[in-house]
Design a protein around this ligand. Structure first.
Ligand code: NAI
Length: 386
């Protein structure tokens, strides 16, 4: 099957590499020749490195590169069996791309969007043959991150998720199925990692480095502030704001004014040399220190992990995905040290409930709501993963 990719930016280029490594002919389409040229050069550098590391022979590396054809003409996608759209995150642009595309490919070609935040159901609606449209959400960098979220729209034909599950496994990926709801799995369940850390900072309970270190001690590869600085505050804030709005302004997903200020100041993180940390030329980083005299009854890390577990449990409660898929999503998409529901089983749900109930009592804020599924499990003694 020939795979078409539209948009040769960070994501489209990565997905093209993955598909070609799996043996497919790939047609990569972008509006601009310079972008295609730059995508080609980057892949060539990556392949040189992978040959040095003996991941591929130089023959294999040549074949992977030669299987990708680059074009600015969308009509070249006519014979593709699957097209993955990875253009800019705008419903207007995506709708225009899909309506053009569906009159070029055959009616049984699968049309997938790599969107992180837009409704797949809404993208499908704009298509003439809407039942072949689906979400196929890769993580950055696509060649390295195993997770792929498959998101059927309301209209998607039943057999498409199963077809894509198999295809993604053949590509060496770890696919999961998620309901078409804001943030799908990862971008919904991960919100407290950032937002709870930001609240702890705003209250002056601890400084960024203390919070980061406390989570790294629990096995996270990066702390929330390091990670937000890496993702970029413009991107991270926009995702939070979009999830918040899509959930009808549920206080659980409320964005942080502190992070908004960083965006307004253009202190976007590593890419601007300054975010929560200031990045020096010599590679060191500094931060604003806080002397805290507060008596915290539970560790900072446990407060954040409890909120993450609650969010993951609530995703089970609302049938967003299966227990296994939610744990896979967080370990294979954002490198969490273990699945949050496995973590719940290890801690016992009573510990999570107690932490969140005490936050509720202290703040009186409805963002601290224990998911009903955790209370039910505490009553029944059931575990998520038996
Ligand atoms: P990007 O800005 O690096 O690349 C987008 C590319 O699409 C550009 O090269 C642009 O020239 C091209 N393009 C725009 N309109 C086009 C059209 N009509 N026809 C053909 N090409 C067109 O964006 P990036 O980061 O690769 O993101 C692409 C999509 O993937 C977005 O929907 C984004 O939300 C999603 N995504 C991004 C992730 C990330 O970490 N960057 C992670 C997962 C999903």
């Amino acid at each position: 099957m020939i795979i078409g990719i539209i948009g040769a930016g960070a994501m489209g280029s990565g997905i093209a590499q993955v598909a070609s490594q799996a043996g497919h002919e790939v047609i990569l389409c972008d509006l601009h020749n310079e972008v295609l040229e730059s995508s080609k050069n980057k892949l060539s550098k990556v392949m040189t490195r992978l040959v040095e590391k003996e991941k591929f022979t130089s023959d294999q590396a040549d074949q992977i590169q030669s299987r990708i054809t680059r074009t600015t003409d969308i009509n070249s996608l006519a014979d593709c069996g699957l097209v993955v759209e990875a253009v800019v995150e705008s419903m207007e642009v995506k709708n225009a791309v899909f309506s053009q595309l569906e009159n070029i490919v055959s009616d049984d070609a699968i049309l997938a969007s790599n969107t992180s935040s837009l409704s797949i159901t809404s993208i499908s609606k704009s298509c003439r043959v809407s039942e072949r449209v689906v979400g196929l959400h890769f993580f950055n960098p696509a060649p390295l991150m195993p997770l792929v979220e498959i998101i059927p729209a309301l209209q998607t034909k039943d057999e498409i998720p199963a077809t894509l599950l198999k295809l993604m496994k053949d590509w060496g990926k770890a696919p999961v199925i998620a309901k078409d709801t804001p943030g799908f799995i990862v971008n919904r369940v991960a919100r407290p990692f950032y937002s709870e850390a930001l609240r702890i900072l705003d209250e002056g309970l601890a400084d960024v480095n203390t919070i980061d270190e406390s989570l790294k001690e629990k096995g996270f590869r990066m702390g929330p502030f390091e990670l937000m600085d890496l993702i970029g505050h413009d991107v991270n804030y926009a995702v939070t704001a979009s999830v918040f709005k899509s959930f009808y302004y549920d206080p659980r997903f409320k964005p942080s004014i502190t992070q908004l200020k960083l965006v307004e100041a253009d202190w976007l993180g590593r890419k601007s040399g300054r975010g929560f940390y200031k990045y020096e030329e010599d590679g060191s980083k500094s931060y604003f220190k806080v002397e805290s005299e507060n008596d915290i009854q539970y560790s900072i890390a446990e407060r954040i992990i409890a909120m993450l577990i609650n969010e993951a449990a609530d995703a089970v409660f609302w049938n967003i995905a299966s227990v296994e898929d939610i744990d896979t999503a967080m370990t294979k998409g954002v490198n969490y040290p273990k699945g949050l529901l496995q973590w719940a089983d290890e801690w016992g749900v009573t510990k999570v409930i107690n932490i969140i109930d005490s936050l509720k009592q202290h703040y009186g804020d409805s963002r601290y709501r224990v998911s009903p599924i955790l209370r039910e499990m505490a009553r029944s003694g059931k575990k998520f993963r038996s």
